[in-house]
Design a protein around this ligand. Structure first.
Ligand SMILES: Nc1ncnc2c1ncn2[C@@H]1O[C@H](COP(=O)(O)OP(=O)(O)OP(=O)(O)O)[C@@H](O)[C@H]1O
Length: 502
Protein backbone atom coordinates (compact mmCIF):
# COMPACT_ATOMS: atom_id res chain seq x y z
CA UNK A 1 0.00 0.00 0.00
CA UNK A 2 1.29 3.48 -0.85
CA UNK A 3 2.24 5.82 1.98
CA UNK A 4 -0.36 8.29 3.08
CA UNK A 5 0.59 11.86 2.26
CA UNK A 6 -0.69 14.62 4.47
CA UNK A 7 -3.28 16.64 2.59
CA UNK A 8 -2.42 20.28 2.24
CA UNK A 9 -5.25 22.53 3.31
CA UNK A 10 -6.69 25.00 0.81
CA UNK A 11 -5.67 28.57 1.60
CA UNK A 12 -8.25 30.58 3.49
CA UNK A 13 -8.04 33.52 1.09
CA UNK A 14 -10.01 32.90 -2.14
CA UNK A 15 -7.48 34.65 -4.39
CA UNK A 16 -4.80 32.23 -3.16
CA UNK A 17 -6.78 29.18 -4.22
CA UNK A 18 -6.19 29.55 -7.94
CA UNK A 19 -2.63 30.75 -8.41
CA UNK A 20 -0.77 31.31 -11.65
CA UNK A 21 1.30 28.11 -11.72
CA UNK A 22 4.86 29.27 -12.35
CA UNK A 23 6.10 25.69 -12.64
CA UNK A 24 4.23 25.32 -15.94
CA UNK A 25 6.35 28.04 -17.55
CA UNK A 26 9.66 27.52 -19.29
CA UNK A 27 12.82 29.57 -19.28
CA UNK A 28 12.75 32.30 -21.92
CA UNK A 29 15.76 33.36 -23.96
CA UNK A 30 16.59 37.07 -23.66
CA UNK A 31 16.28 37.33 -27.44
CA UNK A 32 12.54 36.73 -27.27
CA UNK A 33 11.60 38.48 -24.03
CA UNK A 34 8.95 40.97 -25.21
CA UNK A 35 9.73 44.70 -24.87
CA UNK A 36 13.04 44.11 -23.05
CA UNK A 37 15.13 47.30 -23.23
CA UNK A 38 18.31 46.49 -25.21
CA UNK A 39 20.42 48.21 -22.54
CA UNK A 40 18.94 45.85 -19.96
CA UNK A 41 19.54 42.90 -22.22
CA UNK A 42 23.21 43.93 -22.42
CA UNK A 43 23.42 44.32 -18.64
CA UNK A 44 21.94 40.86 -18.14
CA UNK A 45 24.37 39.36 -20.62
CA UNK A 46 27.21 40.99 -18.70
CA UNK A 47 25.93 39.16 -15.64
CA UNK A 48 26.20 35.90 -17.55
CA UNK A 49 22.43 35.59 -17.96
CA UNK A 50 21.12 34.37 -21.30
CA UNK A 51 17.52 33.52 -20.42
CA UNK A 52 14.90 34.37 -17.81
CA UNK A 53 13.89 31.77 -15.24
CA UNK A 54 10.19 30.79 -15.05
CA UNK A 55 9.35 33.03 -12.09
CA UNK A 56 11.01 35.93 -13.91
CA UNK A 57 8.97 35.22 -17.03
CA UNK A 58 5.77 35.05 -14.96
CA UNK A 59 6.37 38.39 -13.24
CA UNK A 60 7.50 40.02 -16.50
CA UNK A 61 4.20 38.98 -18.10
CA UNK A 62 2.24 40.66 -15.32
CA UNK A 63 4.26 43.84 -15.19
CA UNK A 64 5.29 44.76 -18.73
CA UNK A 65 2.93 45.47 -21.62
CA UNK A 66 -0.87 45.70 -21.53
CA UNK A 67 -2.33 45.40 -18.04
CA UNK A 68 1.05 46.17 -16.51
CA UNK A 69 1.11 46.33 -12.74
CA UNK A 70 -2.69 46.27 -12.61
CA UNK A 71 -2.61 44.07 -9.57
CA UNK A 72 -0.36 43.60 -6.60
CA UNK A 73 1.72 40.45 -6.86
CA UNK A 74 2.23 37.76 -4.22
CA UNK A 75 4.93 35.33 -5.20
CA UNK A 76 5.69 31.97 -3.65
CA UNK A 77 8.65 30.44 -5.46
CA UNK A 78 11.40 28.07 -4.28
CA UNK A 79 14.73 29.20 -2.87
CA UNK A 80 17.26 30.01 -5.58
CA UNK A 81 14.61 30.34 -8.31
CA UNK A 82 15.65 33.93 -9.09
CA UNK A 83 13.06 36.03 -7.29
CA UNK A 84 15.40 39.02 -6.90
CA UNK A 85 15.83 39.61 -10.62
CA UNK A 86 12.15 38.73 -11.09
CA UNK A 87 11.13 41.95 -9.35
CA UNK A 88 14.23 44.06 -10.06
CA UNK A 89 14.03 43.72 -13.84
CA UNK A 90 10.48 45.04 -14.45
CA UNK A 91 10.95 47.86 -11.93
CA UNK A 92 14.13 49.02 -13.66
CA UNK A 93 12.58 48.67 -17.11
CA UNK A 94 9.50 50.69 -16.14
CA UNK A 95 11.50 53.42 -14.41
CA UNK A 96 14.01 53.66 -17.24
CA UNK A 97 11.80 56.17 -19.04
CA UNK A 98 11.38 58.50 -16.06
CA UNK A 99 12.18 62.13 -16.72
CA UNK A 100 12.99 63.43 -13.25
CA UNK A 101 14.85 61.66 -10.47
CA UNK A 102 12.85 60.93 -7.33
CA UNK A 103 12.45 57.95 -5.06
CA UNK A 104 10.04 55.71 -6.94
CA UNK A 105 10.85 52.18 -5.83
CA UNK A 106 11.51 50.87 -2.36
CA UNK A 107 12.73 47.35 -1.64
CA UNK A 108 12.66 46.24 1.99
CA UNK A 109 14.58 43.23 3.32
CA UNK A 110 14.90 41.87 6.84
CA UNK A 111 18.71 41.86 7.15
CA UNK A 112 21.62 44.03 6.13
CA UNK A 113 23.48 41.24 4.34
CA UNK A 114 20.44 40.46 2.24
CA UNK A 115 19.94 44.12 1.41
CA UNK A 116 23.56 44.36 0.26
CA UNK A 117 23.07 41.31 -1.93
CA UNK A 118 19.93 42.72 -3.52
CA UNK A 119 21.56 46.12 -4.05
CA UNK A 120 24.27 44.36 -6.08
CA UNK A 121 21.62 43.02 -8.45
CA UNK A 122 20.09 46.48 -8.92
CA UNK A 123 23.59 47.95 -9.33
CA UNK A 124 24.17 45.62 -12.25
CA UNK A 125 21.03 46.61 -14.17
CA UNK A 126 19.93 50.09 -13.07
CA UNK A 127 22.92 52.32 -13.98
CA UNK A 128 22.95 51.14 -17.63
CA UNK A 129 19.51 52.75 -18.05
CA UNK A 130 20.48 55.87 -16.09
CA UNK A 131 18.90 54.96 -12.76
CA UNK A 132 20.54 55.42 -9.41
CA UNK A 133 20.22 52.96 -6.52
CA UNK A 134 20.62 53.78 -2.83
CA UNK A 135 21.13 51.74 0.28
CA UNK A 136 19.71 52.39 3.76
CA UNK A 137 20.89 49.65 6.07
CA UNK A 138 23.00 51.34 8.71
CA UNK A 139 26.26 50.04 7.29
CA UNK A 140 27.74 53.52 7.31
CA UNK A 141 26.97 56.51 9.53
CA UNK A 142 23.57 58.08 9.05
CA UNK A 143 25.28 61.27 7.80
CA UNK A 144 27.09 59.34 5.04
CA UNK A 145 23.88 57.57 4.12
CA UNK A 146 21.99 60.86 3.92
CA UNK A 147 24.72 62.30 1.72
CA UNK A 148 24.19 59.39 -0.69
CA UNK A 149 20.40 59.60 -0.64
CA UNK A 150 19.68 63.31 -0.75
CA UNK A 151 20.96 65.74 -3.32
CA UNK A 152 21.85 69.11 -1.87
CA UNK A 153 21.66 72.14 -4.14
CA UNK A 154 25.06 73.67 -4.79
CA UNK A 155 25.41 77.04 -3.08
CA UNK A 156 26.57 79.62 -5.53
CA UNK A 157 29.61 81.62 -4.54
CA UNK A 158 28.69 84.76 -2.67
CA UNK A 159 25.06 83.78 -2.10
CA UNK A 160 23.91 83.20 1.44
CA UNK A 161 20.51 81.81 2.29
CA UNK A 162 18.59 83.77 4.86
CA UNK A 163 17.80 81.39 7.75
CA UNK A 164 14.38 83.07 7.95
CA UNK A 165 13.60 81.92 4.43
CA UNK A 166 12.46 78.40 3.69
CA UNK A 167 15.46 76.19 2.87
CA UNK A 168 16.26 75.40 -0.74
CA UNK A 169 14.50 72.35 -2.09
CA UNK A 170 16.11 69.00 -1.44
CA UNK A 171 15.83 66.21 -3.96
CA UNK A 172 16.33 62.49 -3.93
CA UNK A 173 19.67 61.34 -5.29
CA UNK A 174 18.26 57.89 -5.96
CA UNK A 175 15.43 56.34 -7.98
CA UNK A 176 15.45 53.03 -6.14
CA UNK A 177 16.16 52.42 -2.48
CA UNK A 178 17.10 49.08 -0.94
CA UNK A 179 16.57 49.22 2.81
CA UNK A 180 16.24 47.37 6.06
CA UNK A 181 13.14 48.36 8.04
CA UNK A 182 14.88 50.02 11.01
CA UNK A 183 17.06 52.36 8.96
CA UNK A 184 14.18 53.13 6.64
CA UNK A 185 12.07 54.33 9.56
CA UNK A 186 15.02 56.44 10.82
CA UNK A 187 15.15 58.22 7.46
CA UNK A 188 11.38 58.65 7.30
CA UNK A 189 11.35 60.21 10.75
CA UNK A 190 14.39 62.39 10.65
CA UNK A 191 16.06 62.84 7.27
CA UNK A 192 15.37 66.23 5.77
CA UNK A 193 14.19 65.86 2.18
CA UNK A 194 13.53 62.12 2.44
CA UNK A 195 10.04 61.52 1.15
CA UNK A 196 7.92 58.63 -0.09
CA UNK A 197 5.66 61.08 -1.86
CA UNK A 198 6.60 59.77 -5.29
CA UNK A 199 6.84 56.11 -4.44
CA UNK A 200 5.29 53.87 -7.10
CA UNK A 201 6.64 50.41 -6.23
CA UNK A 202 7.08 48.69 -2.90
CA UNK A 203 8.76 45.29 -2.68
CA UNK A 204 8.70 43.27 0.53
CA UNK A 205 11.24 40.50 -0.05
CA UNK A 206 11.24 37.58 2.40
CA UNK A 207 7.75 38.80 3.28
CA UNK A 208 6.90 36.17 5.88
CA UNK A 209 10.02 37.07 7.83
CA UNK A 210 9.27 40.80 7.51
CA UNK A 211 5.73 40.29 8.76
CA UNK A 212 6.84 38.21 11.72
CA UNK A 213 8.13 41.23 13.62
CA UNK A 214 7.03 44.83 13.67
CA UNK A 215 10.51 46.24 12.94
CA UNK A 216 9.63 49.68 14.29
CA UNK A 217 6.24 49.56 12.54
CA UNK A 218 7.88 50.15 9.15
CA UNK A 219 4.94 48.76 7.18
CA UNK A 220 2.12 50.87 8.66
CA UNK A 221 4.46 53.86 8.46
CA UNK A 222 5.18 53.34 4.75
CA UNK A 223 1.54 52.62 3.97
CA UNK A 224 0.39 55.68 5.86
CA UNK A 225 2.81 57.84 3.92
CA UNK A 226 1.74 56.50 0.55
CA UNK A 227 -1.82 55.21 0.86
CA UNK A 228 -3.46 58.58 0.67
CA UNK A 229 -4.22 61.26 -1.78
CA UNK A 230 -2.24 64.42 -1.87
CA UNK A 231 -4.26 66.16 0.80
CA UNK A 232 -3.27 63.70 3.53
CA UNK A 233 -0.53 63.81 6.14
CA UNK A 234 2.03 63.49 3.36
CA UNK A 235 1.36 67.06 2.48
CA UNK A 236 1.98 68.35 5.93
CA UNK A 237 5.29 66.48 6.21
CA UNK A 238 6.64 67.73 2.94
CA UNK A 239 4.75 70.98 2.57
CA UNK A 240 7.84 72.99 3.34
CA UNK A 241 9.48 71.73 0.20
CA UNK A 242 6.37 71.38 -1.90
CA UNK A 243 5.64 75.06 -1.41
CA UNK A 244 8.50 75.74 -3.79
CA UNK A 245 6.85 74.17 -6.72
CA UNK A 246 8.44 70.79 -6.22
CA UNK A 247 7.41 67.84 -8.32
CA UNK A 248 4.16 66.25 -7.13
CA UNK A 249 3.15 62.70 -7.86
CA UNK A 250 -0.53 62.30 -8.47
CA UNK A 251 -1.16 58.70 -7.57
CA UNK A 252 -2.68 56.63 -10.28
CA UNK A 253 -6.45 56.83 -10.18
CA UNK A 254 -6.64 53.80 -12.40
CA UNK A 255 -9.59 52.04 -13.85
CA UNK A 256 -8.47 48.72 -12.54
CA UNK A 257 -9.67 45.25 -13.34
CA UNK A 258 -12.48 44.55 -10.89
CA UNK A 259 -12.58 48.16 -9.76
CA UNK A 260 -14.16 49.76 -12.78
CA UNK A 261 -14.64 53.45 -12.47
CA UNK A 262 -13.43 53.52 -8.91
CA UNK A 263 -10.84 56.08 -8.10
CA UNK A 264 -8.10 54.15 -6.34
CA UNK A 265 -4.90 55.88 -5.42
CA UNK A 266 -2.36 53.17 -5.23
CA UNK A 267 1.17 52.07 -4.72
CA UNK A 268 2.03 48.83 -6.53
CA UNK A 269 3.22 46.12 -4.16
CA UNK A 270 5.18 42.94 -4.77
CA UNK A 271 5.65 40.50 -1.93
CA UNK A 272 7.80 37.41 -2.26
CA UNK A 273 9.10 34.42 -0.35
CA UNK A 274 9.95 30.75 -0.76
CA UNK A 275 7.55 30.12 2.10
CA UNK A 276 4.92 32.82 1.67
CA UNK A 277 2.49 33.05 4.52
CA UNK A 278 -1.15 32.19 3.78
CA UNK A 279 -2.34 33.68 7.03
CA UNK A 280 -5.08 36.22 6.18
CA UNK A 281 -4.39 38.35 9.24
CA UNK A 282 -0.71 38.65 8.34
CA UNK A 283 -1.34 39.34 4.65
CA UNK A 284 -3.98 41.92 5.48
CA UNK A 285 -1.26 44.11 6.98
CA UNK A 286 0.02 44.64 3.43
CA UNK A 287 -3.23 46.19 2.27
CA UNK A 288 -2.91 44.42 -1.09
CA UNK A 289 -4.83 45.63 -4.09
CA UNK A 290 -6.67 42.93 -6.06
CA UNK A 291 -3.72 40.57 -5.47
CA UNK A 292 -2.56 38.01 -7.97
CA UNK A 293 -0.95 34.90 -6.51
CA UNK A 294 1.93 33.31 -8.41
CA UNK A 295 3.12 30.00 -7.04
CA UNK A 296 5.37 27.20 -8.20
CA UNK A 297 3.13 24.16 -8.15
CA UNK A 298 0.01 23.44 -6.19
CA UNK A 299 1.69 22.56 -2.92
CA UNK A 300 2.60 25.23 -0.51
CA UNK A 301 6.21 24.17 -0.04
CA UNK A 302 8.55 23.03 -2.73
CA UNK A 303 12.24 22.20 -2.77
CA UNK A 304 14.57 23.24 -5.58
CA UNK A 305 14.39 20.68 -8.36
CA UNK A 306 17.96 19.44 -8.06
CA UNK A 307 18.15 19.25 -4.28
CA UNK A 308 18.89 15.84 -2.78
CA UNK A 309 18.05 15.31 0.90
CA UNK A 310 19.76 12.72 3.12
CA UNK A 311 19.56 11.77 6.78
CA UNK A 312 22.32 10.44 9.03
CA UNK A 313 21.12 8.63 12.13
CA UNK A 314 23.43 8.58 15.15
CA UNK A 315 23.50 8.86 18.92
CA UNK A 316 23.46 12.36 20.29
CA UNK A 317 26.91 12.10 21.87
CA UNK A 318 28.46 10.91 18.60
CA UNK A 319 27.12 13.78 16.50
CA UNK A 320 30.37 15.75 16.43
CA UNK A 321 32.28 12.69 15.15
CA UNK A 322 29.67 12.02 12.48
CA UNK A 323 29.80 15.65 11.43
CA UNK A 324 33.59 15.63 11.16
CA UNK A 325 33.53 12.35 9.22
CA UNK A 326 30.87 13.78 6.89
CA UNK A 327 32.89 16.95 6.31
CA UNK A 328 35.92 14.85 5.47
CA UNK A 329 33.78 12.77 3.15
CA UNK A 330 32.69 15.93 1.30
CA UNK A 331 36.33 16.59 0.44
CA UNK A 332 36.45 20.33 0.95
CA UNK A 333 33.31 21.19 -1.05
CA UNK A 334 31.72 24.44 0.13
CA UNK A 335 29.39 23.66 2.97
CA UNK A 336 27.13 25.41 5.51
CA UNK A 337 26.49 23.70 8.85
CA UNK A 338 23.35 24.88 10.66
CA UNK A 339 22.83 24.81 14.40
CA UNK A 340 19.83 25.91 16.41
CA UNK A 341 21.30 28.87 18.28
CA UNK A 342 24.11 31.40 18.22
CA UNK A 343 25.60 29.78 21.33
CA UNK A 344 25.77 26.31 19.81
CA UNK A 345 27.13 27.83 16.60
CA UNK A 346 30.02 29.28 18.57
CA UNK A 347 30.64 26.08 20.52
CA UNK A 348 30.46 23.81 17.50
CA UNK A 349 32.76 26.00 15.42
CA UNK A 350 35.29 26.15 18.25
CA UNK A 351 35.14 22.37 18.62
CA UNK A 352 35.55 21.70 14.90
CA UNK A 353 38.63 23.87 14.79
CA UNK A 354 40.22 21.68 17.49
CA UNK A 355 40.13 18.66 15.16
CA UNK A 356 43.67 19.08 13.91
CA UNK A 357 43.27 16.18 11.47
CA UNK A 358 40.47 17.97 9.58
CA UNK A 359 42.24 20.02 6.92
CA UNK A 360 39.47 22.56 6.38
CA UNK A 361 39.08 26.26 7.04
CA UNK A 362 35.99 26.54 9.23
CA UNK A 363 34.43 29.84 10.37
CA UNK A 364 31.52 30.95 12.48
CA UNK A 365 28.82 33.21 11.04
CA UNK A 366 26.26 34.45 13.50
CA UNK A 367 24.23 37.35 14.78
CA UNK A 368 26.46 37.52 17.87
CA UNK A 369 29.33 38.83 15.75
CA UNK A 370 29.93 42.37 14.64
CA UNK A 371 28.83 43.19 11.10
CA UNK A 372 32.42 43.82 10.00
CA UNK A 373 33.47 40.34 11.19
CA UNK A 374 30.51 38.72 9.48
CA UNK A 375 31.16 40.56 6.22
CA UNK A 376 34.80 39.49 6.26
CA UNK A 377 33.81 35.86 6.86
CA UNK A 378 31.22 35.94 4.11
CA UNK A 379 33.74 37.39 1.68
CA UNK A 380 36.26 34.65 2.51
CA UNK A 381 33.53 32.03 2.09
CA UNK A 382 32.48 33.47 -1.27
CA UNK A 383 36.07 33.49 -2.45
CA UNK A 384 36.66 29.91 -1.31
CA UNK A 385 39.24 30.75 1.37
CA UNK A 386 36.81 29.33 3.93
CA UNK A 387 35.21 26.00 3.06
CA UNK A 388 32.83 25.51 5.98
CA UNK A 389 30.53 28.09 7.52
CA UNK A 390 28.90 27.23 10.86
CA UNK A 391 25.76 29.30 11.23
CA UNK A 392 22.47 29.74 13.00
CA UNK A 393 19.27 30.41 11.04
CA UNK A 394 18.84 34.10 11.55
CA UNK A 395 21.59 35.26 9.23
CA UNK A 396 21.22 32.95 6.30
CA UNK A 397 17.77 33.45 4.82
CA UNK A 398 18.10 34.39 1.17
CA UNK A 399 21.90 34.25 1.26
CA UNK A 400 23.26 33.51 -2.19
CA UNK A 401 26.80 32.13 -2.28
CA UNK A 402 27.95 30.53 -5.47
CA UNK A 403 29.29 27.02 -5.25
CA UNK A 404 27.69 25.91 -1.96
CA UNK A 405 27.29 22.23 -2.72
CA UNK A 406 26.19 21.02 0.72
CA UNK A 407 24.06 22.06 3.65
CA UNK A 408 24.23 20.15 6.92
CA UNK A 409 21.57 20.37 9.62
CA UNK A 410 23.59 19.57 12.72
CA UNK A 411 20.35 19.87 14.64
CA UNK A 412 17.00 18.97 13.18
CA UNK A 413 15.18 22.10 11.96
CA UNK A 414 12.04 22.71 14.04
CA UNK A 415 9.77 23.57 11.09
CA UNK A 416 9.52 22.74 7.41
CA UNK A 417 9.99 26.45 6.64
CA UNK A 418 13.31 26.37 8.49
CA UNK A 419 14.36 23.28 6.55
CA UNK A 420 13.45 24.94 3.26
CA UNK A 421 15.41 28.11 3.93
CA UNK A 422 18.45 26.20 5.22
CA UNK A 423 18.47 23.65 2.40
CA UNK A 424 17.88 26.48 -0.06
CA UNK A 425 21.43 27.78 0.38
CA UNK A 426 22.39 25.03 -2.07
CA UNK A 427 20.87 23.77 -5.33
CA UNK A 428 20.32 27.37 -6.44
CA UNK A 429 19.73 28.60 -9.97
CA UNK A 430 19.20 25.08 -11.31
CA UNK A 431 22.45 23.70 -9.82
CA UNK A 432 22.65 20.43 -7.92
CA UNK A 433 23.04 20.36 -4.14
CA UNK A 434 22.69 18.12 -1.11
CA UNK A 435 21.13 18.67 2.31
CA UNK A 436 22.17 16.31 5.13
CA UNK A 437 20.34 16.15 8.46
CA UNK A 438 21.87 14.52 11.54
CA UNK A 439 19.13 12.83 13.55
CA UNK A 440 18.74 10.84 16.70
CA UNK A 441 16.68 7.67 16.30
CA UNK A 442 13.76 9.18 18.19
CA UNK A 443 13.64 12.17 15.80
CA UNK A 444 13.31 10.17 12.59
CA UNK A 445 9.52 9.86 12.60
CA UNK A 446 8.94 13.55 13.33
CA UNK A 447 11.44 14.51 10.65
CA UNK A 448 9.73 12.35 8.04
CA UNK A 449 6.36 13.88 8.88
CA UNK A 450 7.83 17.35 8.59
CA UNK A 451 9.34 16.70 5.14
CA UNK A 452 6.03 15.34 3.88
CA UNK A 453 4.68 18.88 4.00
CA UNK A 454 6.75 19.66 0.91
CA UNK A 455 6.90 18.32 -2.63
CA UNK A 456 9.65 15.89 -3.71
CA UNK A 457 10.43 14.94 -0.12
CA UNK A 458 12.38 11.71 -0.45
CA UNK A 459 15.19 11.51 2.10
CA UNK A 460 17.24 8.30 2.11
CA UNK A 461 19.80 7.37 4.77
CA UNK A 462 23.35 8.47 4.01
CA UNK A 463 25.92 5.97 5.19
CA UNK A 464 29.40 6.95 6.19
CA UNK A 465 32.14 4.31 6.15
CA UNK A 466 32.49 2.98 9.72
CA UNK A 467 36.25 3.32 9.47
CA UNK A 468 36.00 7.03 8.80
CA UNK A 469 33.84 7.57 11.92
CA UNK A 470 36.22 5.43 14.01
CA UNK A 471 39.29 7.30 12.82
CA UNK A 472 38.15 10.52 14.55
CA UNK A 473 37.41 9.00 17.97
CA UNK A 474 40.74 9.82 19.59
CA UNK A 475 40.97 13.35 18.15
CA UNK A 476 37.42 13.91 19.41
CA UNK A 477 38.50 13.24 22.99
CA UNK A 478 41.31 15.76 22.81
CA UNK A 479 39.16 18.31 20.93
CA UNK A 480 36.54 18.05 23.70
CA UNK A 481 39.22 18.72 26.33
CA UNK A 482 40.38 21.80 24.48
CA UNK A 483 36.80 23.01 24.07
CA UNK A 484 36.27 22.72 27.82
CA UNK A 485 39.36 24.84 28.46
CA UNK A 486 38.34 27.39 25.85
CA UNK A 487 34.84 27.73 27.31
CA UNK A 488 36.28 28.16 30.84
CA UNK A 489 38.71 30.86 29.77
CA UNK A 490 35.98 32.69 27.81
CA UNK A 491 33.65 32.59 30.79
CA UNK A 492 36.29 33.99 33.15
CA UNK A 493 37.20 36.70 30.62
CA UNK A 494 33.56 37.72 30.35
CA UNK A 495 33.22 37.72 34.14
CA UNK A 496 36.25 40.01 34.48
CA UNK A 497 34.91 42.37 31.81
CA UNK A 498 31.53 42.36 33.56
CA UNK A 499 33.07 43.26 36.92
CA UNK A 500 34.98 46.16 35.33
CA UNK A 501 31.85 47.62 33.79
CA UNK A 502 30.57 50.68 35.68
N1 LIG B 1 17.93 34.14 -15.36
C1 LIG B 1 18.96 33.70 -14.66
N2 LIG B 1 19.94 32.96 -15.25
C2 LIG B 1 20.99 32.51 -14.52
N3 LIG B 1 21.16 32.73 -13.21
C3 LIG B 1 20.21 33.45 -12.58
C4 LIG B 1 19.07 33.98 -13.27
N4 LIG B 1 18.32 34.64 -12.37
C5 LIG B 1 18.94 34.55 -11.19
N5 LIG B 1 20.07 33.83 -11.30
C6 LIG B 1 20.98 33.47 -10.21
O1 LIG B 1 20.26 32.58 -9.36
C7 LIG B 1 20.70 32.71 -8.02
C8 LIG B 1 19.50 32.76 -7.11
O2 LIG B 1 18.77 33.95 -7.31
P1 LIG B 1 18.02 34.69 -6.12
O3 LIG B 1 18.97 34.97 -5.00
O4 LIG B 1 17.28 35.82 -6.67
O5 LIG B 1 17.02 33.55 -5.65
P2 LIG B 1 15.76 33.63 -4.70
O6 LIG B 1 14.63 33.02 -5.41
O7 LIG B 1 15.58 35.04 -4.22
O8 LIG B 1 16.22 32.70 -3.49
P3 LIG B 1 15.88 32.78 -1.91
O9 LIG B 1 14.44 32.42 -1.76
O10 LIG B 1 16.78 31.80 -1.29
O11 LIG B 1 16.15 34.20 -1.49
C9 LIG B 1 21.58 33.95 -7.99
O12 LIG B 1 22.92 33.55 -7.92
C10 LIG B 1 21.31 34.64 -9.30
O13 LIG B 1 22.44 35.33 -9.79
Amino acid sequence: MGEERPRSRAPALPWMRSPVDVSLLNECSLDVVPCLDPRLKGALQNMGISSLFPVQVAIWQETIGPGAFERDLCVNSPTGSGKTLAYALPIVQVLSTRAVRCLRALVVLPTRDLALQVKEVFDAIAPPVGLSVGLAVGQSSIADEIADLIKRPKLQAGICYDPEDPPPELQSAVDILVATPGRLVDHINSTHGFTLEHLCYLVADETDRLLRESYQSWLPTVLEMTNMNNEGPLKSKSSLYSAFGSLRTIRRCGIERGFKGKSYPRLVKMVLSATLTQDPSKLSQLDLHHPLFLSAGRRRYRFPEKLESYKLICQSKLKPIYLVALLQNLEGEKCIVFTSSVESTHRLCTLLNFFTDLPLKIKEYSGLQRQSVRSKTLKAFREGDVQVLVSSDAMTRGMDVEGVRNVINYEMPPYIKTYIHRAGRTARAGQTGRCFTLLRKDEVKRFKKMLQKADNNSCPVYSLPASSVESFRSSYTSALEKLKEAVESETSRKRKLGSKAP
